[in-house]
Design a protein around this ligand. Structure first.
Ligand code: AP5
Ligand code: MG
Length: 215
């Protein structure tokens, strides 16, 4: 069966962005990260960015009404093609509203993918993450050649540290995930099942496992 509509869920730093970029490329899907869209809005200083910035910096979720407005717009843009949603839905009301929006368009979710990683590994990964300010490619200091920590290998853009990757903020994001996003997994387990992969280990092997496990 062709997999056209995928949701990728996991704690902060589990590798959602890393894997979504690769899997979307292989399966010819559009990768839509709500975190990337919000960061772009913050850097452009739009109304959305102004509303979202304080929540993001604090490691808290942006309120549902703002996120639902954003996803309504994006689903219109994405209509007709396959997509991979990274970072949405993150609360039960977001999951319920997405189900209604998709039913209204006669669309179904083909795969809900959970990438899981243990908390202490996440803290280590996020405090050493760097992201390309231009193409959004994700790196870790451990992957970058010595002395070249500032330039994107793919596009030559400048690598930056996300403001929410300070240890204290990462720990808050992990708590928010447990409290507000873990219930979304139970929602999907009851509705259609969840495909689970371990997000620790070789990045290529995790991508291959996701591709093999699609249903
Ligand atoms: P968002 O941008 O979605 O952040 P997140 O969920 O906290 O997840 P991250 O992007 O930090 O991690 P990731 O899982 O993508 O991992 P990555 O691939 O980068 O959201 C940010 C904020 O926006 C939220 O806190 C909230 O305020 C707001 N927001 C967004 N969506 C929202 C919504 N729907 N509702 C409300 N608010 C919302 O990898 C992490 C690091 O690990 C990298 O350095 C990478 O190189 C490394 N790595 C990846 N895989 C491996 C591996 N296998 N082994 C070793 N290292 C690895
Ligand atoms: Mg991400």
């Amino acid at each position: 069966m062709a997999v056209r509509h995928v949701i990728i869920i996991g704690p902060p730093g589990s590798g959602k962005g890393t894997q979504a970029m690769r899997v979307a490329d292989k399966l010819d899907l559009k990768h839509l990260s709500t975190g990337d869209l919000l960061r772009e809005a913050v850097s452009e200083g739009t109304e959305l960015g102004k509303k979202a910035e304080e929540y993001m910096k604090a490691g808290l979720l942006v309120p549902d009404e703002i996120m639902l407005g954003l996803i309504r717009e994006q689903l219109d843009v994405l209509e007709g093609g396959g997509w991979m949603l990274d970072g949405f839905p993150r609360t039960l009301p977001q999951a319920e509203t997405l189900a209604e929006l998709l039913a209204g368009k006669d669309l179904a979710i083909d795969m809900v993918l959970l990438i899981d990683v243990e908390s202490e590994e996440i803290v280590g990964r996020l405090t050493s993450r760097r992201v390309c300010g231009d193409c959004k490619a994700v790196y870790n200091l451990s992957m970058l050649p010595d002395g070249d920590e500032s330039v994107c290998e793919k596009c030559g853009g400048k690598l930056v540290t996300r403001p929410d990757d300070r240890e204290e903020t990462v720990r808050r994001r992990l708590k928010v995930y447990e409290e507000q996003t873990a219930p979304v997994l139970d929602f999907y387990r009851k509705l259609r099942g969840v495909t689970e992969v371990t997000g620790s280990g070789d990045i290529d092997e995790i991508t291959a496992e996701i591709i093999r496990g699609r249903r």
